[in-house]
Design a binder for this molecule. Structure first.
Ligand SMILES: N[C@@H](CCC(=O)N[C@@H](CS)C(=O)NCC(=O)O)C(=O)O
Length: 369
């Protein structure tokens, strides 16, 4: 039996970057295993039932997929120096920012990766080729990578990225870069001088795609050098949960407000509409307990431009975590004031129509109590 954790992932994978950064910052001993096609066939698919990375295997041979689940399983085993802030506003904002980073910043991450072929193709196809045949010469890897990457490139229009709204997506992302630059000029991490769940959420899209891919990497270096410094802190080998502090008195820095407002403006309406459409879907599919990954399509708006994207119920599982945390608070006065200011209205109070849960790495309706 191995005495170290095994992280099955890929450097160019958004969520692998989140898990890797978490493991490093917590100082958890782990080895990384490249998730090649053969590893998918022999290990990932048989053990998780799905085709996602990252996957973490514990020394006791427990196997977890989904970064949120991975982090929670490991937090239970390594409770010292928790990544969850203990005070209400910081804890809730961390859950919200994880939802935003995981499920919404995928839009700029995918846009900048796949819509700049002249700058990115050589690099990214080489990366995807490594998954198929890691030791093949570059030209072979790029050839194979083009085929392997096609499925991911194919997700771009499904996520609602098209020629009508790419300027709006870029406008929104460049504003976000400005907001994050202003924040990281003042703070080493989201809530002060040590990372939290919010940082691990954000490092996913902001490292593997937006820092590392050539086209958006150049943009980030130009517009947001302090954000680049944060990325380097987040990916370094240095364990840093032990040193540093979160800001005192449950402070949520003012510099995070524009980021939260952007989330409430762009993603919150999508979450609310996903909740409504899932309730409809349940009525129309009473025999199904498992929830499909995509259930139709709906409109969304970025910077005044409306487009259509697939409905992804998984986001409700993420948002439900914030709702549950809110519901458990005995006094919400200060949290409510922050939520109002950040444009969330009564979204947390209202909660969601149906409870969802993950069973064997698939989403399903939870038993109603
Ligand atoms: N919510 C999951 C998402 C995992 C995920 O989507 N991983 C991507 C790679 S970054 C993947 O494997 N995608 C395969 C697919 O979409 O079929 C997590 O947090 O781990």
């Amino acid at each position: 039996m191995r005495d170290r954790y095994q992280l099955y992932g890929v450097e160019c994978s958004l969520y692998s970057g989140k898990a890797r950064s978490y493991l490093r910052k917590k100082g958890i001993p782990f080895d990384e295993v490249l998730a090649t096609i053969s590893v998918y066939k022999k290990f990932i698919i048989p053990r998780t039932g799905v085709q996602f990375v990252p996957v973490v295997q514990s020394p006791e041979d427990d196997v977890w997929q989904d970064t949120t689940e991975i982090i929670d399983q490991l937090e239970a085993r390594f409770p010292e120096h928790s990544v969850y802030p203990s005070s209400p506003k910081q804890h809730l904002v961390a859950l919200l920012l994880e939802t935003y980073a995981d499920e919404w910043l995928v839009i700029p991450a995918m846009h900048y990766r796949w819509n700049y072929p002249a700058t990115n193709s050589r690099f990214i196809y080489g990366e995807f080729g490594s998954i198929v045949m890691p030791n093949a010469p570059g030209f072979v890897r790029r050839y194979l990578g083009k085929k392997a990457g096609a499925r991911f490139k194919g997700a771009v229009p499904k996520l609602g990225i098209n020629e009508h709204n790419i300027n709006a997506i870029e406008k929104s992302y460049v504003s976000l870069l400005g907001d994050l630059q202003a924040h990281f000029e003042q703070h080493d991490f989201v809530f002060g001088s040590k990372p939290s769940l919010a940082d691990f959420g954000l490092i996913g899209p902001l490292y593997a795609h937006l820092y590392r891919d050539p086209a958006p990497g150049k943009l980030m270096r130009k517009k947001a050098p302090a954000l680049c410094d944060w990325v380097r802190r987040m990916i370094s080998d240095e364990a840093s949960m032990e040193a540093g502090e979160w800001l005192a008195d449950d402070q949520v820095p003012e510099t995070l407000l524009p980021v939260l407002k952007r989330m409430s403006r762009e993603q919150l309406p999508v979450i609310a509409d996903t909740d409504r459409l899932l309730a409809e879907w349940r009525t129309q599919n009473p025999e199904k307990s498992a929830i499909e990954r995509m259930i139709g399509s709906h409109e969304f708006n970025v910077e005044g431009v409306t487009a259509e994207r697939v409905v992804l119920p998984y986001v409700l599982w993420m948002f439900q975590r914030a709702v549950d945390y809110y519901d458990g608070l005995s006094d919400t006065t200060e949290v409510d004031a922050l939520l109002q200011e950040a444009g969330f209205g009564d979204a947390l109070q209202r909660g969601l129509t149906h409870r969802v849960t993950r069973v064997n790495n698939r989403l399903q309706f939870a038993a109603e109590s």
